[in-house]
Design a binder for this molecule. Structure first.
Ligand code: COA
Length: 187
């Protein structure tokens, strides 16, 4: 299952032409602040990255990166990564949304839809980490039901700034997942 449709979004496989919008938001300093991406992301590197994403398999262990597309105008506005563990019963989650679209619930909508898909598929647990200063990300995780499970002091080295940063650890068990009232449609 590759494509997930929600009320306002389509989450789909990456295409090479997603490289330009992806580079635009990943090169925004506000978006990159708490991320470990090499910065700046050149057009060539973005194309290579989009190609790698476009060839990933969501049913195999490892990362699968969904492109997030707005239904309203079909623009590519973010990405959401799922790292399936070798046991196919656990996964890690990461996400990014283009800056002009924050504060409208789009990332929450995307994360909820992917969680719903993963738990229906049979996953036991999903984990996520974020920089302890990344309040929007922590709020998103708590909004969709993740539990804060710990804080690792100076656990992550930011390759762009050289800072050691505290990392928040979040987890969500299948037994605690609250299904959305209207489920996403899968294709
Ligand atoms: C993390 C990130 C995706 C969160 O973006 P966001 O816009 O805060 O999240 P959402 O799109 O879900 O929007 C939620 C906000 O919209 C509001 N909102 C408005 N309409 C909403 C709706 N229909 N449903 C849910 N929330 C809605 C919420 O109240 C919330 O605002 P608040 O946090 O001030 O309470 C964004 O900050 C980002 O891309 N950051 C850069 C990359 C990054 O750090 N990723 C995380 C790595 S761990």
């Amino acid at each position: 299952m590759i494509e997930i449709e929600t009320e306002r979004l389509v989450l789909r496989r990456f295409r090479i032409r997603d490289a330009a919008p992806m580079a635009a938001y990943r090169n925004d300093p506000d978006i990159a602040r708490y991320q470990a991406w090499p910065s700046p992301l050149t057009p060539e590197a973005a194309t290579d990255q989009a190609r790698v994403y476009s060839e990933q398999d969501p049913e195999q262990p490892g990362w699968f990166q969904y492109a997030i597309e707005l239904k309203a105008d079909r623009s590519m506005v973010g990405d959401l990564g799922v790292n399936l563990h070798a046991n196919r019963l656990q996964a890690d989650l990461g996400y990014t949304l283009a800056p002009g679209l924050h504060g409208q619930g789009y990332a929450t909508e995307a994360v909820r839809a992917v969680l719903d898909h993963l738990f229906r598929w049979g996953l036991h647990r999903v984990s996520a980490e974020c920089d302890a200063r990344n309040t929007p990300s922590a709020r998103l995780l708590e909004r969709v039901g993740f539990d804060l499970e710990g804080r690792r002091p100076e656990f992550t080295l930011n390759i762009n700034t050289g800072e050691w940063t505290d990392t928040l650890l979040y987890g969500l068990l299948a037994s605690r997942w609250q299904k959305p009232a209207v489920g996403p449609q899968e294709h």
